[in-house]
Design a protein around this ligand. Structure first.
Ligand code: BTN
Length: 246
């Protein structure tokens, strides 16, 4: 049976990730905090996440997937990015997943995700997934180099609160029935949807600062990206060790 979402809307807060992490012990599995405006929205790599008040979806979901082994925690990123890809397709937008969890339309970013997991023993105790979907915003003045939005892609304007319900429904479709038997199939769908897979592109190895050409060939057991360089050598990179040259 489908488990209901427990949703709380804020007119304004610092960061829905920060708030839901503060309340995580008392909240139930499948809680969501959403804000019309975040005064201190947080992005990946310590960046800020900027979003015009009331125009976009900025929300965080909390899962308590105590059955998921810590070594398999990347599956949460995978189901969320697949659910958002399905949501975008429903809007008529074809997207790709830029490893580990950005959502791209061509070379433009339409959604960013900030995962903050808590491990207890060898299991995933809490998974907080912060999601910023560019919905109605048409002008971006932040440092983000390549933003787009659903409105820019479709020429339509959407009701923010209504759209949250729809995205959460897509997430439920993956999460509610998820078992360990589904992991291989989820992995396959994630790879099928991966931005730049099998294509030659340029990257920067952040450990040396050197640019190189290579093609993404997979994701390893620790969720690092595997890139085959021009000499045929396959190299694995963790999130902070690689930058895509766009
Ligand atoms: C990224 O840098 O791409 C990740 C952006 C994540 C932004 C979302 S908005 C809702 C949630 N609250 C935050 O402070 N950050 C995430």
């Amino acid at each position: 049976m489908e488990k209901q979402w427990n949703i709380r809307w804020f007119d304004e807060t610092d960061s829905t990730n920060t708030q839901i992490i503060n309340d995580k012990v008392l909240l139930k599995d499948k809680s969501a905090y959403a804000a019309l405006f975040q005064s201190a929205g947080r992005g990946q790599r310590g960046n800020k996440w900027e979003s015009k008040s009331g125009e976009n979806l900025t929300f965080s979901v909390l899962f308590k997937p105590e059955w998921i082994p810590a070594t398999e925690q990347f599956v949460v990123s995978q189901i969320i990015t697949l659910a958002i890809s399905d949501y975008m397709l429903e809007k008529g937008i074809k997207v790709k997943i830029k490893w580990p969890n950005d959502i791209y339309v061509g070379d433009l970013k339409i959604c960013g995700i900030l995962m903050e997991n808590t491990i207890k023993g060898d299991k995933l105790a809490y998974s907080v997934v912060g999601i910023g979907i560019n919905l109605n915003q048409k002008e971006f003045c932040s440092d983000a180099p390549n933003p787009t939005s659903i409105a820019l892609q479709t020429g339509r304007v959407f009701d923010t609160k209504g759209e949250l319900e729809i995205v959460l429904r897509h997430i439920s479709e993956y999460y509610d029935t998820l078992t360990q038997d589904d992991f291989p199939q989820i992995e396959k769908r994630y790879l099928d949807q991966l931005y730049r897979i099998g294509e030659m592109h340029k990257y920067i190895d952040c450990t040396t600062g050197k640019e190189f050409s290579g093609k993404i060939v997979g994701i390893d057991k620790t969720a690092c990206i595997e890139i085959e360089d021009a000499s045929g050598k396959v190299r694995s990179f963790a999130f902070k060790e690689i930058k895509y040259v766009l």
